[in-house]
Design a protein around this ligand. Structure first.
Ligand code: ZN
Length: 251
């Protein structure tokens, strides 16, 4: 059983296509939320992932675009992008986005896993460091929790009284690269596949992960994509210029 785990695509069609092209054949696709917001291709991204099917969890930017949450506490750039996205979405895509479930979501094909946007405790929580990771690790209802929201690729696992972190390391900064993390069956893990469409860990390449139950491991990927095209689309849509510039920095 192999699961392709995608998160935080953020309307970046070029990054999504590059990830799908680089990914091995998988039995299931899991999307951890924030399909839209920031990027210029919300409809195209929704139509692509709907066609792939699989698991979906709603993200805060998905709820912002559909008007399901108050966006007055979003920063001005995120608020502008949410309102722009709402205007762009076709009525059908807007309705579909509203139906995305709140995590945790479970699937019988992968009994060891649960899928969330921010945290299994609260969908809007950010798990950035080990102290954030401790409460969800201790209370996790599944061995493997796949989460997104921070746009930081990597993971956490429980150790007596503490949580350890795992950070993928790569040989290059420009080409397709992967890093395998062998997991132990008697341990709890929080695993973030990274962001497809707006990485914030200093690596501009699109991030995703593949979980395999035999061998029991997660493989993190970073793949280059047509950055210039994604940036041109953002500028042509008259979205904030910073949303284009940050893609090149991975911030
Ligand atoms: Zn996000």
């Amino acid at each position: 059983m192999r699961v392709l785990v995608l998160s935080d695509i953020h309307s970046n069609l070029e990054a999504l296509e590059a990830c799908l092209a680089a990914a091995p054949a998988c039995d299931l696709v899991a999307n951890l939320g924030d399909l839209v917001g920031y990027g210029a291709c919300p409809n195209e991204v929704i139509e692509r992932v709907r066609a792939l099917g699989g698991v979906f969890v709603r993200g805060n930017h998905d709820r912002a675009a559909t008007g399901q949450i108050d966006i007055s506490d979003f920063n001005p750039m995120a608020r502008f992008a949410a309102l722009w996205t709402r205007q762009q979405l076709t009525p059908e895509n807007l309705e579909w986005l509203k139906t995305l479930p709140q995590g945790p979501v479970r699937r019988p094909e992968v009994p060891a896993a649960q899928f969330v946007h921010g945290s299994p405790i609260d969908e809007d929580d950010y798990i950035v460091n080990w102290s954030d990771a401790m409460p969800p690790l201790i209370t996790a209802a599944a061995s493997l929790t796949f989460f997104g929201h921070t746009h930081h690729q990597g993971g956490f696992f429980d150790r007596t009284q503490t949580a350890e972190t795992f950070q993928p390391t790569y040989k290059t900064t420009e080409w397709t690269d992967r890093c395998e993390w062998r997991l132990r069956k008697n341990q709890h893990y929080l695993i973030n596949p990274g962001s497809v469409g707006q990485p914030r860990d200093g690596d501009w390449r699109a991030g995703f992960a593949v979980f395999d139950d035999e061998p029991y491991a997660v493989t993190f990927y970073r793949v280059p994509y047509n950055l210039q095209r994604a940036q041109e689309r953002i500028l042509a849509a008259q979205l904030p210029e910073r949303l284009s510039a940050r893609l090149a920095l991975g911030r």
